[in-house]
Structures are given as C-alpha cells and as structure tokens.
Design a protein around this ligand. Structure first.
Ligand code: SAH
Length: 497
C-alpha cells in the first residue's frame, strides 16, 4: 500500500449538458486518477476526464440490481487508500437524492480527506431548458423537492396536504413509475385539478422532451407521451410559461443528428457549438495526418531548392513538414530567399507566417482554378515545386493542366479512418443524417474510411468551395456555407431539415 493517502472529491456533474459542470468541478475532474460514475452522468461530461484515468461505472445494472451502496463506498475507500485522487461523479448535485452523504460515512471513519463540489441539480436545470422558471413572483413563491421513489411499490412519507396547500412549485425526482400515485396524492389532498404540470425527460440533452399538461390529465397524457426516466415532474403554475419561454427546443439545431468530421488531432469548436445548441453530435475523427519517416521526397526538395523558382504549399501540414525537414538539414527560411511562395488557403498562409514567410500568392478564392489563374496573372514562369499530401495531388495536377512546369513533392500522408461509434454509419445515413465538413480531406476520409455504396442520401454541409465540390463529386447532397467560417457553417446547418 502506498505511503501517500489519496483523497476523494464528490462532484456534481450537472444534468447532462457538459457546460453545466462547475468550473471547480471541471478543474478537479481533470486531475482524477480514478473516476467513479453512475448512469446519470452524461458521456459528454465523462469525456472531460483525463484519458489516463481509471473509469469505474457503478451505475451498471448487474443481474437487475445496481451495484449496492456499501460496495460503492468500499471502492471509494480502497482507491483512496491506494493513494489515488478519486473523483466520484454524480448526476446533478451529489446531495440532492444522490446518496452523497452515505458515501462520506466510510471515508470519515477511515480519515480519508474529501471535498464536495456541488452541482446543478436536474430539476431546476431541466425546467430552465424547457423554459420554466421554477419560481416567478406572479406564480410561485416556494419550491419543493420531493422524491417519488417507491419503497415496496408505494410512495411513502410525502406530505401531500402540505404540498397541495403550498401553491408553490413541486418538483418530483424519480417519479416516472410512481406518477399516478403522486398525482392522485395531490388530488386527494385537494389541489386544483387545473394546476399546470410538466414533465421534462432527458433535460438539457439533445433528446430532451417536454410534456405540458394539467393535474387532471397528467397521468393519461404521460402514458400517451410514453414518458421515460430520467424525467423531472413539475406541478405548479410556472409550468404554463413553457410555451412562451421554451428556448432550447426552439433552437433550429435542437435534436438534429449531425456527424461532425474532423482530423484526429484538432480542437472541436464546431462540436461544442452544435452541442450547446442541442444537436445530437456524432463526433467523427476521420482523417489522421501521418508524418512520413525518412521522407525522401522532402529531403530531395530541401537539398535542391536552387533548382526551383517557386514553392507552393497546398496545406498547412505541407508547410509544417517542409520546415521540419529543412531544419533537419540544418537550414532555415534563408534557404528560400530566392523563391516565390504560394499558399493555398488562409490557414496555410498563417502557418507560413510562423516561419517568417509572407506568401506572395494566396488567392481569396480557395479553389484550384483560382490558384492557377493567380499564377497566370502574376506571369509566373520557371520551375514550381508543389508540396501536398501523398493521396491528394489535385493542386499539382490542376497546375500541370494549365501548362505550368510543376514538380509534385509529398509532404505527408493522410490516413482515412472508419466511423467508430454507437451505431454503424449506414444506420445514420438511412436516418437522413447531416454531415458537416470543414475540409475536402475530411470528405475523402468519410468516403474512403467507410464502405458506403450510395452516398446520395447524405446531406453534406461544407465550409468552402473545394470541400463542396469534393462532396458533389461523390454525389452527396452538398450545401455550401455562405462564408468559409464556422458561424456561417452553423447558419447553413440551421436551414436544413
Ligand atoms: N442528484 C441528482 C438526482 C438523482 S435522482 C440531481 O441533483 O439531479 C435521479 C432523478 O433525477 C431521475 O429519476 C430524474 O427525476 C432526475 N434527473 C436526473 N437527470 C435528469 C435529466 N437530465 N432530466 C430530467 N431529470 C433528470
């Protein structure tokens, strides 16, 4: 056993939307050696943990029983005794019907250090996403948190009389299977049958559903609606405000199924933006940029730069690998002083700036033909070296077709990866999925990484002309963002049905 004693941090993971974990919770989660979580913790929140952490799912149903509480307590204790930083992630807030208190008992006995990071409880946040303010000066001046959990099939210890008389907002957790008992309890206690009711299922998530009803009709409406757990059931006048304020489900992106393609290594702004707007995002790292070991093509170029008049970089990666090779040959940017430089695309231009190079030619329009036209306009003559990916020679081919004296060089290799997700890609396609593409390499990755015969059902939303043309080339239903920006891409995604 380790000398160092570990510690346990009990963190409220919030209701599902990963933006709803607290800043402190996230900071601690990122330092976890072990993450002990249960069913209500969303995958999105879990994905914020360090990849190296040990994950223990204690929400798994084993032989129709959850892992018993004492066993969970033991796991926390033992991992802490091993000297680990143990994060215990719980849905919502750890102390709101979360048994957080029970988990601290054993740790206290064994003198294990612990901290609690409260979380955003699901009832309040699910209602907020459904456009229901839990209190409102005109409608409710108290909130009542109630568990609808049944012991031996019956809800116990609920003071329905007090609840009915309160005229406040009543929030039932774990009340889906006992709904009729809860509503009948309130009716028997004399609540006005016209009191508005709501049920919010999977609150704050892309698959959130909201049912608005009245006390009188709630049970039959919930049956028709096929209400499922996890859901919060709310009773009170505030529920009538949902129609007016339901901002989340009114987002044009809400519940849309969107495959976001990207290189393996890349930050995922688009994914986060779409998730925040309520989309079901299928994150698909479809291309992997591989360095070519002992790259003869690049070595050949860097040793013979004097034979060329111009260097053209077809991508940001081609620039990065070129300068790496140059440095390996103990040369720097000065070796390029006699050369004109061309960059395809703004990100390539920006990459070159990192090496102190301001490209001479970078056409505004990001197409191969536009590039050829700019070279013609600038009356470029002589030998041109083009740096591109091993499996994408479109730029050098286009320039050759326009009669330029072009020598292609391979800067790196692109590997195409299949979709590795909950369901096979074909199922998403049959479902009319939308795919978002921020590069034509990603379109190739999507096509070559999977064996899909008919691509015509895919709605491909593309960031620029080249990407758009690549998608069209594969006979996808292609759409192009007005401008080559993430904002514009999102606007286009909103337009699609
Ligand atoms: N500690 C949690 C509650 C755990 S009890 C919290 O503070 O939220 C489990 C109950 O929480 C579920 O039965 C359901 O009523 C509610 N719940 C949890 N996540 C939810 C969600 N995303 N949407 C609606 N209800 C949710």
């Amino acid at each position: 056993m380790s000398e160092k004693k570990g510690r346990v941090i009990l963190i409220g993971a919030g209701p599902g939307d990963k933006g709803l974990i607290t800043v402190k919770g996230l900071e601690y989660l990122k330092k976890a050696d072990v993450v002990v979580y249960d069913r209500l913790v969303s995958k999105d929140v879990l994905s914020l943990s360090p990849e190296t952490a040990e994950f223990i799912n204690v929400g798994k149903v084993m032989n129709h029983h959850n892992i018993p509480q004492p066993e969970i307590n033991e796991i926390l204790l033992n991992k802490a005794l091993e000297g680990k930083t143990v994060v215990r992630l719980k849905g919502g807030d750890p102390f709101v019907f979360g048994r957080g208190g029970e988990e601290l008992e054993l740790l206290t006995i064994h003198n294990i250090e612990y901290e609690i990071v409260p979380g955003i409880t699901s009832a309040i946040s699910a209602l907020a996403y459904a456009g229901i303010p839990v209190t409102h000066r005109d409608f409710a001046s108290s909130i009542h948190f109630v568990t609808g959990h049944a012991k031996d099939g019956l809800v116990e210890n609920i003071d329905f009389k007090a609840l009915a008389a309160s005229k406040g907002t009543i929030l039932f957790y774990m009340g889906v299977s006992t709904l009729s008992q809860l509503i009948n309890g309130l009716i028997m206690a004399g609540i006005d049958k016209n009191t508005p009711c709501a049920a919010v299922e999977n609150g704050t998530r892309y698959n959130m559903r909201t049912l608005i009803s009245t006390v009188e009709n709630m049970v039959s409406d919930a049956e028709k609606f096929q209400l499922k757990s996890p859901a919060v059931i709310a009773v009170g006048k505030v529920c009538s405000l949902s129609d007016k304020f339901a901002w989340f489900s009114k987002s044009k992106i809400f519940s849309k199924q969107i495959i976001v393609t990207r290189p393996v290594v890349s930050n995922n702004i688009l994914t986060d933006r779409l998730k925040n707007a309520g989309a079901e995002v299928i994150d698909y790292p479809c291309i992997k940029i591989n360095e070519i070991e002992n790259n003869k093509s690049l070595l050949n170029l860097t040793a013979n730069l004097d034979k060329y008049n111009m260097l053209i970089f077809a991508s940001k990666n081609s620039a990065a690998y070129f300068f790496k090779s140059l440095a390996e040959n103990k040369k720097d940017s000065r070796a390029l002083s006699h050369l004109l430089i061309g960059a395809l695309g703004k990100s390539t231009y920006d990459e070159l700036k990192k090496y102190g190079i301001y490209a001479d030619i970078m056409p505004e329009k990001y197409t191969f033909t536009a590039f050829a036209s700019s070279l013609k306009k600038a009356e470029i003559k002589g030998n041109i070296a083009v740096l591109e990916a091993a499996n994408d020679k479109r730029l050098s081919d286009e320039l050759k077709n326009h009669g330029f004296n072009v020598a292609p060089f391979i800067a790196y290799d692109i590997e195409y990866l299949p979709l590795d997700y909950i369901k096979p890609l074909q199922e998403y396609i049959d479902n009319g999925v939308i795919a978002a593409f921020t590069s034509s390499a990603a379109v190739h990755g999507f096509v070559h990484g999977n064996k899909i015969e008919d691509l015509s059902k895919i709605k491909a939303v593309c960031i620029g002309k080249l990407t758009y043309e690549t998608a069209l080339g594969y006979k996808m239903q292609a759409y192009m963002a007005e401008k080559p920006t993430i904002d514009s891409l999102i606007e286009k995604l909103k337009e699609l049905e």
